[in-house]
Design a protein around this ligand. Sequence first.
Ligand SMILES: NC(=O)c1ccc[n+]([C@@H]2O[C@H](COP(=O)([O-])OP(=O)(O)OC[C@H]3O[C@@H](n4cnc5c(N)ncnc54)[C@H](O)[C@@H]3O)[C@@H](O)[C@H]2O)c1
Length: 387
Amino acid sequence: MSLIKIGVVGAGTMGSGIAQVAATAGHSVVLVDSFPNALIKGKDSIVKSLNKQVEKGIISKETYDAILSRIEFSEDTNSLQGCGLIIEAIIEALSVKQNLFSQVEKLVSDDCILATNTSSLSVVSIASACVKPERVIGIHFFNPATLMPLVELIPALTTDENILIQTKNIIDSWGKKTVIAKDTPGFIVNRIARPYYGEAIRIYEEGVADIATIDWAMKEIGKFKMGPFELMDFIGNDINFKVTETVFEQFFYDPRYKPSFTQKRLYEAKRYGRKSGRGYYDYSPDAIPSMPTKDIILGEQIFQRIIAMLINEAIDALFLKIATRDDIDLAMTKGVNYSKGLLKWADDLGLQQVLNTLENLQSEYGEDRYRPSPLLKRMVREGKTFY
Ligand SMILES: NC(=O)c1ccc[n+]([C@@H]2O[C@H](COP(=O)([O-])OP(=O)(O)OC[C@H]3O[C@@H](n4cnc5c(N)ncnc54)[C@H](O)[C@@H]3O)[C@@H](O)[C@H]2O)c1
């Protein structure tokens, strides 16, 4: 059986990576972008990435040629005709995405699946622009798409169940780990990971510790690959602030997701992080490195506070049926490289301890931000564990 043709729209960071993944899996791919320069840049990044794989001996020169020859680069949306699956990865703007979907729907056959890689918009809001919204689904890759194994699949309220099954089969065949998430803000990873940034900033704002110490605590005690501030500087404080703002708005201003002034001011000062040379840290060549205070008692305090908030988010996502226990844990280990799934972590730390930390914070601050998930309280009451 021959493989379906894949269309990718948007040749930026995500689109070029997704096109490469599909072509590596053996599909013919057409990568469309309305800006010629973007196509040149997209092709460049694919060539660079494949070259690296040849240098490392991961693929042969013949495979490199074969993968590249399977990708057609086009400025013309009409080239999407004949595709069996189209993944949209253009700018994050609802009306622009809706226009594209209604335009593309007219070009393709009835059985073509239309997918969006949106991070923060609801899938159903994009699907609603289509005459056949039942064939629209969210396929959320992580950056870089070529390296990150996780893909969140997001069926919208209107998505046909068969479309989900077909999509899962295709993405699984690309060697990715798929999880299924409800069409809610941040899906799984971007929802549950919010306190990693938010609570770290709060601890810093209160003067409990400086940024280097908070980063040290999370790496040393929690075995996180990057501390929260290093990670925010890596992602870009412009992007991270926008995601925080969007998630907060989309949760109807739930105080748990409230953005911080620290992040907003950094954004306003254009201190975006690594890419702008300065963020929470200074990346200039003559910068004096910030040294952490390696106080293990303080470190433990910081870690317990952030991990309790993360676990609470994971438990609440399970409580609200955003995803299954296994998908929640898989998502955090494969999407953001946590050393352990948060529900497994909850069991290991003890649910009573997590609840105590949250209740202490809630009583100290009197803020809804620290409210424990009803499922956590119920499980403690019933003496249950997740595994
Ligand atoms: N960057 C990330 O870490 C990341 C991760 C997961 C999902 N996403 C999502 O993926 C999507 C793309 O993000 P990105 O970071 O790759 O953006 P990007 O800015 O790097 O690329 C977007 C590309 O879309 C093109 N484009 C814009 N409008 C178009 C149109 N109407 N038709 C065709 N091409 C058009 C632009 O020329 C550009 O090349 C967004 O929805 C984003 O939320 C991003």
